[in-house]
Ligand binder design. Structure first.
Ligand SMILES: Cc1cc2nc3c(=O)[nH]c(=O)nc-3n(C[C@H](O)[C@H](O)[C@H](O)COP(=O)(O)OP(=O)(O)OC[C@H]3O[C@@H](n4cnc5c(N)ncnc54)[C@H](O)[C@@H]3O)c2cc1C
Length: 497
């Protein structure tokens, strides 16, 4: 409970038009892309770093949870306020402050939408590669907090490879500047990278300095269809093994292709068991050579259909299909659980086999797609409800998947982050010793644990009542050891049934 006096203090900081405690607003900020829900007590929309700092000083004094929020497209429950408290909606801070074309550097606020930024730099012949499929909605602040990836990250790297510096507000309200605007910087610890991927648990990002590249001269896109998923996966490994790094190398299985085609009706080959969407970019002559080499590898590996997009319209259609995947699957299965496991690229065929085996063993259905070139596959578990019966099958299946992935030398999350959904598996992905160091860092920077509590690190358990179990999310269902959410958090989070 936040007292009326504290509410009044917070209202004064953000201004009455940017302070909300009505139920309608609280519901709007209660969920993210996972559809798990928990209402905040207050929503605040700060205008600048000073306001964020004042809010955090009050929250730290009163020990009120603060959850930074971008567009709420996250897929690990990161911006769901599972302990209630304050949601800091960063969308008012949405200015592209400047683009320095001489140094290929941009200064932006965290609420800028990824696609709007990309379009703005492309108008100037520049390129910002990180392109999550949610780019029409997600914010650069959210991208930094999750270290978002996207199709172009195969050749160009993920968000962290483009962040030169940050301004961030820490839990005690202090404003720090990390890194800078230069290409090299080893003055002390790399606090920029510490904040990137920290999921709003270490600080609130209020300004970002980004590195830009020149826009590639030419691009060619290929659609290759295969009769089995294994053949497609082998083709991915063969392309990488032949020392070719395309700009993108995306994968969709047969279930996904059918669902997307039903949604968009753009003539995707629905009889195929798997599709690869491959793009090469760079200097015109180099693009032509790589394009021919990749076409040959696809043919040699038994592609049943091969299509090159010649016009920008054709290319756009293919990308439309890829970007629509999550929405199209969401139409047929709103409660799907979207995993983002990663394995070494050469192990992709093995991962595909394991996923099939696990689905058969536990009697569940999945649709699989993703950034195959990175070994990063979105295994989407298609579930009808999040009630106990269904989740009893899903939970052990996911645990088995995570273990298989780690055995293959991979990790449990490549880009969606840990949030609260995967918190009990953190040690499996990162190792116990590393998790201990992470906890020490969190304790040092946020001793009162006000910044996004319950995320990344699992909270100690308590016993559950039957009713709580029925509607509760994954971490509480198995009641395993010391890795569940707290009882209070469980009560708040409700899956959409
Ligand atoms: C259809 C769809 C497709 C997607 N495709 C991809 C993909 O291809 N690649 C990928 O990586 N992800 C993808 N995602 C996941 C999601 O879009 C990304 O994680 C994205 O970076 C989240 O941005 P957001 O602005 O929505 O952040 P939110 O969901 O609002 O927040 C995400 C996390 O960031 C924190 N946060 C937000 N803003 C700040 C800030 N200013 N300071 C500190 N912490 C902050 C929040 O507390 C939370 O922990 C997809 C999601 C959807 C729904």
């Amino acid at each position: 409970m936040i007292s009326n006096a504290v509410k009044e203090e917070l209202r004064k900081i953000a201004g009455k038009d940017n302070f909300f405690d009505e139920i309608e607003e609280r519901i709007c900020y209660s969920y993210d892309g996972t559809t798990f829900k928990s209402k905040p007590d207050i929503v605040l929309k700060p205008a600048n770093a000073q306001e964020v700092s004042h809010v955090l000083k009050v929250a730290n004094r009163e020990k009120i949870p603060v959850v930074p929020r971008g567009a709420g497209t996250g897929l690990s429950g990161g911006s769901v306020p599972i302990e209630g408290g304050i949601v800091l909606a960063m969308n008012r801070m949405k200015k592209i402050l400047s683009i320095d074309e001489e140094n290929l550097v941009a200064f932006v606020e965290p609420g800028v939408i990824n696609e709007e930024f990309q379009k703005e730099v492309e108008r100037r012949g520049l390129f910002y590669p990180p392109d999550p499929a949610s780019q029409k909605m997600c914010t650069l602040g959210g991208n930094i907090a999750e270290c978002a990836g996207g199709p172009h990250c195969l050749k160009y790297g993920v968000t962290r490879d483009y962040v030169l510096g940050l301004e961030a507000v820490l839990a005690d309200g202090s404003i720090i500047n990390t890194g800078g605007q230069v290409m090299k910087n080893v003055s002390g610890y790399d606090l920029t990278r510490l904040l990137i991927g920290s999921e709003g648990t270490l600080g609130v990002v209020t300004k970002i300095v980004l590195k830009l590249l020149p826009l590639p001269e030419d691009r060619r896109t290929i659609l290759a269809a295969f009769s089995t998923m294994e053949r497609a996966a082998e083709t991915v490994s063969a392309i990488i093994a032949s020392r070719l790094i395309p700009a993108t190398l995306e994968f969709m299985d047969g279930v996904t292709v059918k669902v997307v085609e039903e949604f968009l009706k753009i003539g995707l080959p629905t009889t195929a068991d798997a599709l690869l969407l491959i793009e090469v970019d760079g200097k015109k002559e180099a693009v032509e050579i790589d394009y021919e080499k990749i076409m040959k590898i696809c043919k040699d590996k038994g592609a049943v259909e091969l299509k090159g997009a010649r016009t920008s319209g054709e290319r756009e259609n293919l990308w439309k299909a890829r970007r629509a995947v999550s929405a199209a699957l969401g139409r047929i299965c709103p409660l799907k659980l979207n995993e983002d496991v990663v394995v070494p690229r050469s192990k992709l065929p093995l991962l595909i086999t394991k996923v099939k085996e696990i689905c058969t063993e536990f009697g569940i259905k999945s649709a699989n797609y993703g950034h195959a070139g990175d070994g990063n596959i979105h295994v989407n578990i298609l579930i009808e409800s999040r009630a106990d019966d269904e989740m009893k099958k899903v939970e052990p299946a996911l645990e088995k998947l995570y273990k298989e992935v780690v055995n293959l030398g991979g990790t449990i999350s490549g880009e969606h982050g840990i949030g609260f959904l995967k918190s009990k598996y953190l040690a499996l992905g990162a190792g116990v010793e590393s998790v201990n160091v992470m906890r020490k860092i969190k304790d040092a920077l946020d001793p009162n644990n006000i910044l996004n509590p319950g995320k990344i690190f699992a909270v100690n358990p308590s016993s559950l009542s039957g009713e709580e179990k029925i509607n509760s999310p994954r971490p509480s269902l198995t009641k395993r050891g010391d890795n569940s959410l707290s009882k209070g958090a469980r009560k708040r989070v409700r899956g959409k049934e």
